[in-house]
Design a protein around this ligand. Structure first.
Ligand code: DGI
Ligand code: FE
Ligand code: FE
Ligand code: FE
Length: 187
């Protein structure tokens, strides 16, 4: 797989604003990867592909969820969750990515999960803290990400869960499990 091909093809899937977000996630992920001494090239690939399916129509995402036997409970939670697990399947099938850590980083970039790898944490965090993000509390997560990825992931999960509850929305169980696990990790 050629990096320029991947960039051009991904750009075509996205709106200009979302493409700019993707480039900022990639920069942020590469920087974090270098700091914790994991392979920045793998972080970059995961970041480029993380929102590949963000604008796919619902029926397309639903069809991939069914065909690939992704967790059927996804369909009874927020549609915003769907692009991440489908993105991992597309990365495997259309981009021949076989690196399970890269695929998991794409798959879990929205929800998180218990026992996330360093790469998964980096993509999850880069998506949350890239410099274009303006969530309430994002600056605290940015600070934490400079010193402790686990504390940063925990804070981002807390913020997201509170955000969803304040809006009366469901919280996908994996997000709650991820947060509980992170509490144990940081003890
Ligand atoms: O695709 P992005 O907008 O870059 O970011 P994302 O993939 O992290 O999507 C985040 C959105 O998903 C965010 O606005 C919150 C929403 N969401 C809905 N239900 C859940 C959820 N996020 C988590 N972590 N857990 C949920 O149950
Ligand atoms: Fe996303
Ligand atoms: Fe996110
Ligand atoms: Fe994103």
């Amino acid at each position: 797989m050629n990096r320029d091909e991947l960039l051009q093809a991904t750009k075509k899937q996205l709106t200009p604003a979302r493409w700019e977000h993707t480039l900022r996630v990639a920069d942020t992920a590469v920087r974090l990867a270098k700091r914790v001494k994991i392979d920045p090239d793998r972080a970059e690939i995961a970041a480029i592909l993380h929102d590949y399916c963000k604008f796919w129509p619902d029926n397309e995402l639903i069809s991939w969820i069914k065909t690939c036997h992704l967790p059927p409970d996804l369909l009874s939670y927020n549609k915003e969750l769907w692009h991440a697990p489908v993105g991992a399947e597309v990365a495997r099938k259309e981009w021949d990515i076989e690196d399970e850590d890269i695929l998991n980083a794409i798959r879990y970039h929205t929800t998180g999960r218990p026992r996330m790898s360093e790469l998964e944490k980096i993509i999850f965090l880069a998506d949350y803290i890239e410099p274009g993000r303006r969530f309430p509390g994002v600056d605290r997560v940015r600070e934490l990400a400079e010193s402790d990825l686990d504390q940063a992931v925990l804070q981002a999960l807390n913020n997201t869960i509170i955000f969803l509850i304040e809006r009366g929305q469901k919280v996908y169980p994996l997000t709650l499990l991820a947060r509980n696990d992170m509490l144990d990790q940081v003890k």
